[in-house]
Design a protein around this ligand. Structure first.
Ligand SMILES: Cc1cc2nc3c(=O)[nH]c(=O)nc-3n(C[C@H](O)[C@H](O)[C@H](O)COP(=O)(O)O)c2cc1C
Length: 295
């Protein structure tokens, strides 16, 4: 394993390792104004949601590594503590990158990158009309993390109004995770797109108290066929199935087929049952998998 002491790395090297590893990062496309009302629009991937009550997002315009100067976004926020955090989808990504060009102060990146200004209802900076979600925010606090090149400045932005394009809503009026078509920043020039085929669910372990890996029978915990994800899904269940349920599963045709074909060969039988259970686990049917594994 490569082990690096951050004190030995140059800022650019440090940034490289951390940005490739701490990824994907959501993108805050922040619009701000200076006290004369000049508009600025820039993307920030040092960004996330840190509290939902109160609703607080944090993003970080860092000091430029090149010359240790501060970003216009930060300077504007210190003059007018308001911003709109526009959420970036795939259709906007090239223009968003264009808006990150280091134009001189006072240049409006809405114009440079070809985005449409939409008047905000509560704050002075305009919204990006093309963005699927636009968050009008009041900046509560700015926390500088240092004064050297690359030092971040945490902008604590309290969300006051949430605007959502109706096309990305499902029939319950909630955001559809597939329809919003988000993009995120990774290391270097890499981005990723959140599309339906990349989405999967992991059951939250809050409705029940999962038994835990330590409670699993050793044959399951040490299986060569089940993956760590498969085994953890089994450990997320509160109880093992009843003996009646285990008996009943033996009558299911595909299970019965394995049992009949492996009469007197216990090794092949447990191997094939594990393979069958794995198919159920991979489809998200943990209960059936448990029953098969306990035959
Ligand atoms: C997708 C993306 C994410 C970025 N994230 C950050 C970031 O988190 N912090 C930062 O200081 N610069 C970040 N940048 C670079 C800034 O957007 C860039 O320095 C910009 O010119 C700053 O504009 P301003 O000086 O007008 O505020 C990012 C650029 C891109 C394209």
């Amino acid at each position: 394993m490569l082990t690096l002491n951050t004190a030995d790395l140059k800022p650019a090297e440090l940034q490289n390792y951390l940005q490739y590893a701490i990824a994907p990062r959501p993108i805050c496309f922040a619009s701000t104004v200076d006290k004369a009302g000049n508009v600025n629009l820039s993307p920030y991937s040092f960004f996330n949601l840190f509290s939902s009550n109160p609703p607080i997002c944090v993003f970080s315009p860092a000091r430029r590594v090149r010359d240790n100067t501060t970003k216009h976004t930060l300077e504007n926020i210190l003059e007018v503590p308001e911003c709109v955090i526009n959420i970036v989808n795939y259709d906007m990504v090239q223009q968003t990158s264009l808006a990150s060009t280091e134009y001189p102060k006072g240049v409006n990146e809405f114009v440079k990158a070809g985005f449409t200004e939409l008047k905000s209802e509560l704050v002075r900076p305009p919204r990006v009309a093309e963005a699927p979600v636009q968050l009008e925010c009041i900046v509560n606090q700015v926390i500088p993390l240092g004064d050297g090149p690359g030092a971040g400045n945490l902008v604590l932005a309290e969300v006051k109004l949430i605007h959502i394009q109706e096309e990305i809503l499902d029939d319950q009026g909630k955001i559809d995770q597939a329809k919003i078509d988000l993009v995120a920043r990774l290391g270097g020039d890499w981005y990723c797109r959140v599309q339906e085929e990349n989405l999967f669910r992991v059951a939250k372990p809050i409705a029940q108290l999962g038994m835990g890996m330590d409670a699993l029978p050793p044959a399951i915990r040490n299986s060569n066929i089940l993956t760590a994800n498969n085994i953890a899904a089994l450990a997320n269940e509160e109880n093992m199935p009843s003996s009646e349920a285990i008996e009943a599963i033996q009558l299911v045709p595909e299970v019965k087929e394995v049992l009949d074909a492996t009469l007197g060969d216990s090794q092949t039988r447990s191997l094939q049952l594990e393979q069958l259970a794995k198919q159920y686990l991979d489809q998200g049917d943990v209960i059936t998998a448990w029953k098969i594994l306990l035959i």
